[in-house]
Design a protein around this ligand. Structure first.
Ligand code: HEM
Length: 395
């Protein structure tokens, strides 16, 4: 019998701050798809195996549209509004295809590699500042947040001077402790900010992505919406990976030593950190038709909560999945999603992380946590996992 579990497991186990809720592994061990009751009373599903998660994300019979989805966490309306203009994660083809095609050329591996030198410069400057301020320091505000913020600002053509404002709005958007009103206000504030910028770029184009897109067929509303979505997507995600990744490396000194002495390559290390930490831990899709999957039938209209973190810890795909092993080949993880919505900014995120981790550990060879690991404030109140603060020290 596949009796519904009463809610999405969200409590992480005490002990290791990087492990997903242990109930997810128990459920995955029993079956890949579990019936689950949603806060609005809907009885839908929870997907936990790597195979089924990938199958759903690759299947266009599952929709990403917000207005038909049931939310697995409390605090959202029973009837969700549709995606705001430019929010690609809530669109299906062909609307989604239109945006994706417009942006594809701007986020290629080649284009992002060309940015490497600039990312190196940005990292070096922030680390110099951190050194000048002296030990101890909060790695989040000194390094993990400003690096991706500076890079995405330059790419889009958004003034970095305003970063405190939009960083705050972006965090509110992914917060699950913020009220619906606060989230809506943050979205409006971000949208209005971008709208002013888009109007300015139409008048006086500069050399950046937003200016380039003023020549596309996107209207002001679509372009402002897309701009605020890209800004939000590019800020907090990589920032959380850099901060949480540093925390994981500092508490796994053997792994860090392998990275330092070249036994693990930085490319492998970044993929493994993505898999192990899976900061964007949960997604949602809704069936548009009856779909047979994992020995079950998901009926049209039923929502499936996709546990990316459970999929990335599936022992059937990754042996010894709860171990951080930088030398493993973690390719095939779903930390950046899968299918048509797979992260558009993944090459940018990779470039940033491949530069940031070595730069940090080379600049501060004695870097260590300045507090007990149990005292690091974790972002359990957000759809993006991470740390609120990471106090580090060095000699
Ligand atoms: C390590 C950092 C990052 C992680 C873990 C991450 C994770 C993800 C995930 C899981 C998705 C899929 C969402 C879904 O299927 O509903 C996604 C989509 C997306 N990401 Fe990222 N992301 C990261 C960095 C970035 C950056 C730097 C950008 C730059 C703009 C970006 C832009 C996007 C966009 C535009 C989408 C929507 C793609 C679509 O719907 O077609 N991401 N990301």
């Amino acid at each position: 019998m596949n009796d519904p579990i009463p809610a999405l497991p969200t409590t992480r186990p005490a002990g290791c701050p990087f492990d997903p809720p242990s109930e997810l592994a128990e459920l995955r061990g029993r079956r890949p798809l579990t019936r689950m009751t949603y806060p609005d009373g809907h009885v839908g599903w929870l997907a936990t195996s790597h195979e089924v998660v990938r199958a759903i994300l690759a299947d266009n019979r599952f929709s990403a549209r917000y207005e038909i989805m049931h939310m697995p966490i409390p605090g959202y309306p029973d009837e969700m509004p549709s995606a705001p203009p430019g929010d690609m994660t809530g669109m299906d083809a062909p609307e989604h295809t239109r945006f994706r095609q417009l942006l594809a050329g701007h986020f290629t591996v080649r284009r992002m590699r060309l940015l490497t030198e600039r990312v190196e410069q940005v990292c070096a400057e922030r680390l110099d500042d951190m050194a000048a301020q002296g030990s101890p320091a909060d790695l989040v505000t000194a390094f993990a947040q400003p690096v991706p913020a500076l890079v995405i600002c330059e790419l889009l053509g958004v003034p970095f001077a305003d970063h405190e404002f939009f960083q705050r709005q972006a965090q509110l958007l992914t917060s699950i402790s913020a009220s619906m009103e606060d989230r809506a206000a943050a979205m409006t504030a971000l949208y209005e900010y971008l709208h002013d910028l888009v109007l300015a770029k139409r008048k006086e184009p500069t050399d950046d992505l937003l200016s380039d897109l003023t020549t596309s067929d996107l209207d002001d509303v679509e372009l402002s919406g897309l701009g605020s979505f890209l800004l939000g997507a590019g800020l907090d995600t990589t920032a959380n990976m850099i901060a949480l990744g540093t925390f994981a490396l500092l508490t796994n000194p053997d792994q860090l030593a392998d990275l330092r002495n070249g036994w693990s390559t930085v490319d492998d290390a970044v993929e493994e950190l993505l898999r192990y930490l899976t900061i964007a831990h949960t997604g949602i899709r809704t069936a548009l038709a009856d779909v047979e999957l994992g020995g079950e039938v998901v009926r049209a209209g039923e929502s499936v909560t996709i546990s990316l973190q459970a999929a990335n810890r599936d022992p059937a795909r990754f042996p010894n999945p709860d171990m951080l092993d930088l030398s493993r080949r973690a390719a095939g993880h779903v930390a950046l999603g899968y299918g048509i919505h797979q992260c558009l900014g993944q090459q940018l995120a990779r470039v940033e992380m491949r530069v940031a981790f070595p730069a940090l550990f080379t600049r501060f060879p004695t870097l260590r946590l300045a507090v007990d690991p149990a005292e690091v404030p974790m972002r359990t109140d957000s759809n993006l996992y991470g740390v609120h603060e990471l106090q580090v020290s060095w000699d």
